[in-house]
Structures are given as structure tokens and as C-alpha cells.
Design a protein around this ligand. Sequence first.
Ligand SMILES: CC(C)(COP(=O)(O)OP(=O)(O)OC[C@H]1O[C@@H](n2cnc3c(N)ncnc32)[C@H](O)[C@@H]1OP(=O)(O)O)[C@@H](O)C(=O)NCCC(=O)NCCS
Length: 220
Amino acid sequence: MVISSIGPTLSRPGHDNPTSVRPVSASVAGRRREKPDWKGNGSSRLATILQLVRRLDSCPAVSPPAGWRLRHYEASIDVDVWLALREAAFADSPIAVRRWTPADFERELTAKSWWRPDLLWFVESAEEVVSLAGAGPRRAIGTATLAWRGSAGGGKPVIHWLGVLPEYRRRGVGRLLVAQLEQMVWHSGGREVGLETHAAWTDAVAFYRALGYREAASGR
Ligand SMILES: CC(C)(COP(=O)(O)OP(=O)(O)OC[C@H]1O[C@@H](n2cnc3c(N)ncnc32)[C@H](O)[C@@H]1OP(=O)(O)O)[C@@H](O)C(=O)NCCC(=O)NCCS
């Protein structure tokens, strides 16, 4: 199984996205879902989608360490930066992640009703990241986007497409990106942040749990 998209329920129904929004029964809605026909070979754990939330009790602090900087999407060249990051960050995924094109980026991000350039964030390192040098030196080592699930204005803020280059993991890049998104939610008046992930992405699940995210049913 190759997945095209992850994260919150942002894709159109019927798109090739196992986490895309489909109506689910009230008993499982918003909690933990299994895609019943997933391979049909006992690998259903791979299809388990976790919906996690964290309640914000105070404004999250955002303080990049020396040598790193946070910046948001600035120009169309950042599409290539983002695509390269996504590919590298998910290259070791236990679930194959389909390579995206600029058209996929547009469909899943810039064409969305919630899209704003200042919702997609990069962490850049002062070091040159030669592994992303396809179109010149790139310094981006992680990315995350704040998206909205549901109607514009009345929707819920969700973390979307979080990824960190493998060689920069366990240094706080992911924590910094999430803090940046959470701070934006706080300043917009929101007090809860959600996300979707796969149970098979054990690193991501451990990461979110370490940051205080819990399954929606018990996180409230
Ligand atoms: C999940 C991911 C974004 C974490 O990024 P990161 O920059 O390594 O995370 P951080 O360094 O900020 O980790 C913060 C804390 O989360 C926990 N954590 C992070 N990765 C962990 C792992 N692999 N195992 C256990 N705990 C982990 C730790 O408590 C860590 O703090 P510590 O290093 O001081 O112990 C990164 O592993 C990644 O890009 N994975 C592949 C893409 C992906 O799965 N994205 C999420 C899809 S929803």
C-alpha cells in the first residue's frame, strides 16, 4: 500500500488518501479507525489511524536554538524545498509514501480554502544540507503546516505534514515546529490542536505522546 497523504482529514473524499475524511460511525468517529479491507492479510495495524489532540493551557514558547531559524513559506521555490523534505523525511516510513509532484502540493495545500503562506513552516539550519542540493543549496531540515479540518472559520486547527530529515532527528526540530504551530493557534484564540497519524509510525506516535498529545477521547 502506498499512501499519498497523511495527517488531518483534509483531502477530498475518494482521493487516494487513507486518512482522508470519510463519514465514520459514531462509535469510532474521531478516535481510532481501522480500514477494514487493508491488505486483508493481518496487517491491519498499518491502517490504524490515530486522532490525537492536545489542550493548550498557556501560550507555547518558541525559541530556536543558535544556528537554526524558523521561517514560513515565501515563494514558489519553496514548493521544491518542501517536496524534497517530504521525500527525505518519509523515505524510511514503514508505510510507503508516494512521491508528490508540484501538482500534488497545490492540490493538497495551496488550493485548500484554509491555505495561507504563513501556515507552512520550515526550520533551517545554518549548515548547508547537501542532501537537498538538487536545485542549489537548501538549509531546510524540517517542516510542518497548520491546517484546518472542517469549515473555514469554524474548523479545528490540525498539524499537517510534519517531517524532519533523518539526520536531524532527536535534536528538537519537531518540537520547535509543533510549538510554532501551537503558538499560532493560541494567538488565534484556539485552545486545542489536533492531528492524525498512523499507529505504524511509531516514531511519530512516541513524539506526539512526549509532547502531550493524547487520543481524542481521553485528551479532553
Ligand atoms: C516524528 C518526527 C517529526 C519527530 O521529529 P524530531 O525532530 O526527531 O523530534 P524531537 O527531537 O523534537 O523530539 C521531541 C521528543 O519526542 C520524543 N521522540 C521523538 N522521536 C522519538 C522516537 N523516535 N522514539 C521515541 N521518542 C521520540 C522524545 O521524547 C523527544 O525528546 P528527547 O529527544 O529529548 O527524548 C520525526 O521522527 C520524523 O520526521 N519522522 C518521519 C515523518 C513522520 O512520521 N511525521 C509525522 C507524521 S504524522
